[in-house]
Design a binder for this molecule. Structure first.
Ligand code: GLA
Length: 588
């Protein structure tokens, strides 16, 4: 059987020094019909390894459920990596950061405040055991030592940036080893002495994460990892985007030079990201370093392979650099053709209020519940209560993360965590107050991991505490069933008529089956978009993203259905498909 080991200075593949030239590709951010294409393009850039995180909450969206099918079929993904003759590095967390909802930690696990977060705590550890029980067999059987493709597994992620509990790390190591993982175990931490110290264990192999100044960072790593190969586990060649900020780009020439420096030193590397992909649905995470900043739907990352699988200037620059150190195939992937262009009028509408009760079960409360109390772990929740003319204002302890407030259907205003607003003036009349609450993504980094979501800390008016609430946990992960029927039966509305939200707006179009599309939503405000029932994700005029990527496998020739949930307003009901992506303005 082949071997992959840690030698005195190098990784050893079958006993011979081996430089890992890896790229990050998250299977859960790419349509499964496109996995093979993206992996092939990784090989053509000269990579010899694919690295993927495993997001726990992708596989375990609810307590007691574990799913490895279709888009969650990690075994199939790893087999495709093997088919291309590449190795794999698997990073199954349990925490992964990755700008992913909650850093991959399931909401249902941390809703109980007694469950420890990223520390040696029995309930937390026992949940991880169950996760590993279900996940690790498929990784174990694909290890290189058993004729497979997996050469290394990472434990936790940048733990030194969060905690200081070696017992926790030791417990994870024991759990992973107990489940048959025999390849080298790695940790990664930022280029910081204290983080390197806290994040690793002597019995694990340390790696480092950085985007530049390779020599200095590898020297720092060497102080903490005296023996064995040096590896940059995340060579940041771009960066993620947050709503309301600029689009991040990093120059290809600078990335290529830094990669050259790193490879010239004989270090191993995992380019983060090789291909970023998309935060489909409600999967994006958020940062909160004082201000809450949710991550955009696109996770293009300015990576060498763009969100839609096109090789970029960075791809070609990195390929050239890699060719100086390793064999690179002659074949170069072609640029994709321009995407089909079309204007589509959305000619059917249903007010959100008419659909709300089809999307979940109404439940009464004698206090203001968090969405965790509803066991609703992501997306939108409707809260309802009665107010009187004396109430005058409504104020919440905290809004996590954004709420559209209306009185008897008339817009009252928006409350936003990012903007620090939690109080609104109310019209001086009695009526039904509705709060359409959006969880914009669980924080994925730092001390706020695991915090409760929804409306938190009670509600008051000028004259009283508001305790009588009704909630509907809205099922919006697909347009199907009763909602699809309602939209199909909606009467035709002229597309030039302004849209007053919240409302579902739908239309049908024909196009080239299987072709990638880019959906431009100029003039729309904020909401969700589905194509053929699949929730692409959130759109928002706050930008920077101007187009949403629609993967080709979602589209057929005839009868494609596009549905928007517009929370606010649009001047008319048209959308456009354009030839290529526009991820917005980058910083000057
Ligand atoms: C860190 C984490 C990654 C990711 C990057 C930023 O290195 O380990 O998961 O969050 O930052 O993209």
């Amino acid at each position: 059987m082949p071997t992959f080991e840690i030698g005195d200075r190098d990784f050893l593949l079958d006993g011979r020094p081996h430089q890992v030239i890896s790229g990050a590709l998250h299977y859960f951010r790419v349509h499964p019909d496109q996995w093979a294409d993206r992996i092939r393009k990784a090989r053509l850039m000269g990579l010899n390894t694919i690295e993927t995180y495993v997001a726990w909450n992708v596989h375990a969206p609810q307590r007691g459920r574990f799913d490895l099918d279709g888009p969650r079929d990690l075994g199939r993904f790893l087999d495709l990596v093997a088919d291309e003759g590449l190795h794999a590095i698997v990073r199954p967390g349990p925490y992964i950061c990755a700008e992913w909802d909650g850093g991959g930690l399931p909401g249902w696990l941390l809703a109980d405040p007694d469950v420890g977060v990223r520390r040696h705590e029995p309930r937390y550890l026992s949940a991880i055991e169950q996760y590993y029980d279900q996940l690790l067999p498929l990784v174990a059987e694909r290890q290189i030592t058993r004729g497979g493709t997996v050469v290394a597994v990472q434990v936790e992620n940048e733990y030194g940036a969060y905690g200081d509990d070696p017992e926790y790390l030791r417990a994870l190591v024991a759990m992973v080893r107990d489940r048959g993982i025999e390849v080298p175990l790695l940790t990664c931490d930022q280029a910081d002495d204290a983080m390197q110290e806290r994040g690793g264990l002597p019995e694990l192999h340390r790696t480092v994460t950085f985007g530049a100044r390779a020599a200095e960072r590898l020297e720092l790593l060497r102080r903490h990892q005296p023996r064995g190969p040096l590896m940059c586990m995340e060579f940041w060649n771009g960066w993620f985007d947050s709503w309301g900020q600029h689009h991040h780009v990093a120059p290809a020439e600078t990335n290529a030079r830094d990669l050259d420096d790193l490879l010239a030193m004989g270090a191993s590397v995992n380019v983060y990201m090789f291909h970023g992909g998309t935060n489909f649905g409600f999967t994006n995470g958020a940062n909160d370093k004082g201000t809450y900043a949710p991550i955009t739907t696109s996770y293009d990352y300015d990576a060498p392979l763009a969100e839609h699988g096109a090789p970029t200037a960075k791809y070609h620059a990195m390929r050239e650099v890699i060719a100086r150190y390793a064999p690179v195939p002659d074949e170069v992937p072609a640029d994709p053709p321009p995407a089909p262009e079309a204007a589509v009028g959305l000619d059917r509408r249903v007010p959100f209020a008419a659909a709300a009760d089809l999307l979940g079960v109404a439940k009464g409360w004698d206090h203001l519940p968090t969405t965790d109390e509803l066991e609703h772990w992501s997306g939108f929740t409707l809260y309802r209560t009665r107010v009187t003319a004396e109430d005058r204002v409504i104020t919440f302890g905290e809004v996590r993360d954004r709420a559209v407030v209306a009185l008897d259907g008339d817009p009252v205003g928006v409350l936003s965590r990012a903007e620090g607003t939690r109080t609104l003036a109310l019209p001086a009349r009695a009526g039904e107050l509705t709060v359409l609450l959006e969880d914009q993504g669980r924080v994925n980094y730092g001390p706020r991991i695991g915090e409760p979501k929804g409306l938190v800390g009670g509600a008051r008016t000028a004259v009283r505490e508001v305790t009588a609430w009704e909630t509907v946990a809205l099922r919006l992960d697909a347009v199907d069933g009763a909602l699809a029927d309602l939209l199909a039966a909606a009467p035709a509305t002229p597309v030039d008529e302004p849209v007053a939200g919240p409302a579902f707006v739908a239309g049908t179009f024909a196009t080239a089956a299987g072709a990638d599309h880019f959906l431009r939503l100029d003039g729309w405000s904020k909401g969700l978009v589905w194509v053929n029932g699949f929730l692409l994700g959130r759109y928002w005029s706050a930008g920077p993203t101007r187009t949403l990527y629609v993967p080709g496998p979602l589209l057929r020739a005839e009868g494609n259905e596009i549905v928007l949930l517009e929370l606010h307003a649009a001047a008319g009901a048209r959308v456009a498909f354009v030839a290529g992506p526009d991820l917005g303005p980058s910083a000057p």
